[in-house]
Design a protein around this ligand. Structure first.
Ligand code: GLN
Length: 507
């Protein structure tokens, strides 16, 4: 128990270092993670599938390499959770949906997503597949077709979504890192609500091959970790060109982990007024502003900026995302999976209804109907084309601001984690959780969420995690890591990287 506690509190990089040094075997790390998962997964709902056998097999392979003196990868012996939207060879993959389950048998993909394969190549261990909103549609993980996930900071509250399971597993210290996917905020918002680090890379920076599609022009795979450096190392491993994804960028990958030591001296930080107005919970605002002022204290310059088209982001996103989803999800016809009833012979319409209706939950159905509507003849120009035009305006706002500043700092979400059930019957309020995260997806920009000091919920109560969002121009992830590491140092009262002052700031 003592050793398990110690291992569970190591950061991702510490785990890799201790395994490489032989202080602990990968198998001991795996067993420790399994013990914690066994204790916490039922109450918190982080994993849909726990892959104990695979994790132990991978761990023993790492230990054998070490014994033989062979080189170990950057993630050797590190247990990771993978959002169930990513394909894992031979391992159940449901995307949080019953449409990918036949009878009681979930789909087992015959291949690994590129991001997943890259983790294994560096010696990482698969702890399991993480819970999520069905098809990544949601902001609370309550749309999971199986069970909701709960926030470790307060289990009566949501961990956010849609990558809620990945965030819970990391925040509850079951594992030091995980992969999620972010179409409109699904990595950053749950990271903020649970108190971990979540990164949405530049569109195309990370391969989407093997990521079950939601909205293809917005989807990105992103890392989550208990600390900034852990997230940086994960991104370094998963980023880079992939010929199997036509939108993958053929650009070299920066040294993200090294960038964490850079500090923020001379960094110009844009603070957009539009992200601090009505709707932002005052307690959240206070903590986010305090973190931004810390960046200033460490040598950054704050610049007030404007992103006027941000107010159209939610409307624009919900037209584009649902349009793309309605097209992407058309492949789930229920013929091979999701079929609960034998179709009446020859009656295609009846078969279609029998399967679709049975397979998808209400939010996914709502999105398919909305997406089909905005693409339909007669409405296409009014909605879809218009949304694409506004998307361009939103991107131009950012282009202009990034002519003046290096990064933009905002809250990640307008409130702290809300209560389970609180927004379930109110899709519009639920959609507003992503008001600050959606613009980065619409513009294809990199963004991350890093924890700042916690804040109480608006009605009062114990403080809950709060995230600061940092955004950059395309491929400027390294800059975001540099600034996030400074913010993190404030919270942990470590000496900030590149610090101006000889003494560590008090948190
Ligand atoms: N909450 C947003 C939605 O429901 C974003 C989800 C995501 O990023 N996958 O679409």
């Amino acid at each position: 128990m003592g050793q398990r506690n110690e291992i569970q509190h190591w950061t991702l990089i510490e785990v890799a270092q201790h395994v490489a040094a032989g202080d602990v075997s990968a198998e001991e790390v795996a067993r420790s993670a399994l013990d914690t998962i066994e204790e916490l997964n039922t109450p918190l709902g982080a994993f849909l599938t726990v892959t104990a056998d695979q994790m132990l097999t991978q761990a023993r392979a790492v230990d054998a390499r070490r014994t033989r003196g062979e080189p170990l990868g950057k993630l050797a012996g590190v247990p990771l959770g993978i959002k169930d939207a990513l394909c894992t060879r031979g391992v159940p993959t449901t995307c949080g949906s019953k449409i990918l389950v036949r009878g009681s048998e979930p789909w087992r993909p015959p291949y690994d997503a590129t991001t997943v394969a890259r983790l294994w190549a560096e010696g990482a261990l698969l702890a399991g597949k993480c819970n999520m909103d069905e098809f990544a549609m949601g902001s609370s993980t309550e749309n999971s077709a199986f069970f909701p996930a709960r926030n470790p900071a307060d289990p009566t509250r949501t961990p956010g979504g849609s990558s809620g399971g990945s965030a819970v597993a990391v925040a509850a210290r079951m594992i030091p890192g995980a992969l999620g996917s972010d179409t409109g905020g699904s990595v950053r918002q749950p990271a903020a609500y649970t108190g971990c680090v979540g990164v949405k890379p530049t569109y195309g920076r990370v391969s989407r091959f093997g990521l079950i599609a939601y909205a293809s022009s917005l989807d990105v795979v992103g890392p989550m970790a208990s600390d900034v450096r852990g997230a940086a190392r994960l991104l370094e491993v998963i980023a880079g060109h992939d010929p199997r994804d036509g939108t993958s960028l053929d650009q070299p990958v920066d040294a993200y982990e090294a960038a964490c030591e850079r500090g923020v001296r001379g960094l110009r930080v844009g603070v957009p007024e539009e992200y601090f107005g009505t709707g932002l919970q005052p307690e959240v605002k206070t903590q986010v502003e305090a973190a931004i002022h810390l960046l200033e204290r460490e040598g950054a310059t704050l610049v007030p900026v404007h992103l006027p088209h941000t107010r159209h982001a939610v409307a624009t996103y919900y037209v584009i995302a649902t349009a793309e989803a309605s097209s992407n999800l058309a492949r789930f016809d229920g013929v091979r999976f999701g079929l609960r009833h034998e179709p009446p012979a020859g009656d295609v319409t009846a078969m279609y209804e029998a399967t679709r209706g049975k397979g998808f939950g209400p939010e996914v159905k709502r999105r398919i109907v909305l997406g089909t509507y905005v693409l339909s003849h007669g409405y296409y120009d009014a909605y879809y084309r218009k949304a694409q035009q506004v998307r361009t305006l939103i991107r131009r706002d950012f282009d202009q601001v990034f002519g003046e500043v290096d990064v933009i700092a905002t809250p990640t979400a307008p409130t702290v984690a809300f209560l389970l059930g609180e927004q379930l019957d109110d899709p519009l309020t639920m959609y507003l959780n992503d008001v600050y995260t959606l613009p980065a997806n619409l513009a294809g920009l990199p963004a991350l969420s890093v924890p700042v000091a916690p804040a109480p919920p608006s009605g009062g109560g114990s403080p809950l995690p709060v995230g600061l969002q940092l955004l950059g121009p395309p491929l400027a992830e390294a800059r975001l890591f540099a600034a996030a590491a400074v913010v993190e140092a404030m919270l942990t009262s470590r000496q900030p990287p590149g610090a101006l002052s000889p003494t560590a700031p008090t948190p």
